[in-house]
Design a protein around this ligand. Structure first.
Ligand code: SAH
Length: 226
């Protein structure tokens, strides 16, 4: 998979992408991530990417021209499954959406800033809008990093145990059952006996029961969706 991220703060991705699973995916060549500084696609000497809003009001608006230039250059070289704008009012990111997006070959992610982006970008250039939650961030960078992380960990060969992603929360409309590790007894807090029994069938059943119980308690709506 190839992911092209358009941003005015490429440095913001250095942390999230140079550790853990995303780094491993890049090292194993399961994904190529390219950061594009939107200011490299401006034409004026101030490298402006934003301007005042027509009609007045607080907040600057990101201009269409640099975004269009950058996307056009990318599209001339690659075929993209989607051009995604990270937006608070976009489709809410969830596991089925991440699963679907992980099947893409090439994606463009556009990070907004300020008051947002010129509506004509959204109408003409964007094919999908994704929100990471009903709250407002200062920019699309953290949202793009979240989206990239949850897609990339699903790519074949990225997680060391292929089945691990399937037993995570939200796959099969269930949250994850509780997990434990050593020691067996910590200050009197015990690990459930069943997990020490060595009986794989019974352990699987217990985990399923626990997942259902937790889902009922924490995400009751999710069970109804099944
Ligand atoms: N005025 C806009 C918010 C702009 S926030 C509004 O009220 O909808 C600036 C940028 O941050 C946006 O352009 C978007 O790219 C990003 N952003 C903010 N919150 C986000 C969220 N919950 N999910 C995804 N992107 C978000």
């Amino acid at each position: 998979m190839r992911i092209d991220i358009i941003t005015i703060f490429p440095q913001m991705f250095e942390g999230p992408f140079s550790h853990s699973i995303v780094k491993r995916a890049v090292d194993k060549k399961r994904v190529e991530i390219f950061l594009h500084d939107l200011r490299d696609h401006t034409t004026d000497k101030h490298r402006s990417v934003d301007d005042y809003a027509y009609g007045g009001g607080a907040g600057m608006v990101m201009m269409i021209e640099p975004v269009d230039r950058c996307i056009s250059i990318l599209k001339a070289k690659h075929n993209y499954d989607d051009v995604i704008y990270l937006s608070p009012d976009g489709n809410l990111l969830n596991q089925p959406m991440a699963n679907r997006l992980s099947l893409s070959k090439n994606l463009i992610l556009l990070c907004g800033h300020y008051k947002g982006i010129d509506e004509r970008i959204r109408k003409q250039l964007i094919t999908k809008e994704v929100s990471i939650g009903n709250y407002v961030l200062s920019g699309g960078e953290l949202a793009a990093a979240v989206l990239t992380d949850c897609i990339v960990r699903l790519l074949p060969g990225v997680l060391s145990d292929e089945t691990s992603a399937l037993s995570d929360s939200f796959q099969n409309n269930l949250v994850s059952p509780p997990v434990y590790t050593r020691p067996r007894n910590y200050k009197g807090y015990e690990v459930p006996e069943i997990l020490l029994s060595g009986n794989d069938k019974k352990i699987d059943e217990w985990r399923h029961e626990q997942a259902v119980k937790r889902t009922e308690e924490r995400r009751p709506g999710m069970l109804k969706d099944q």
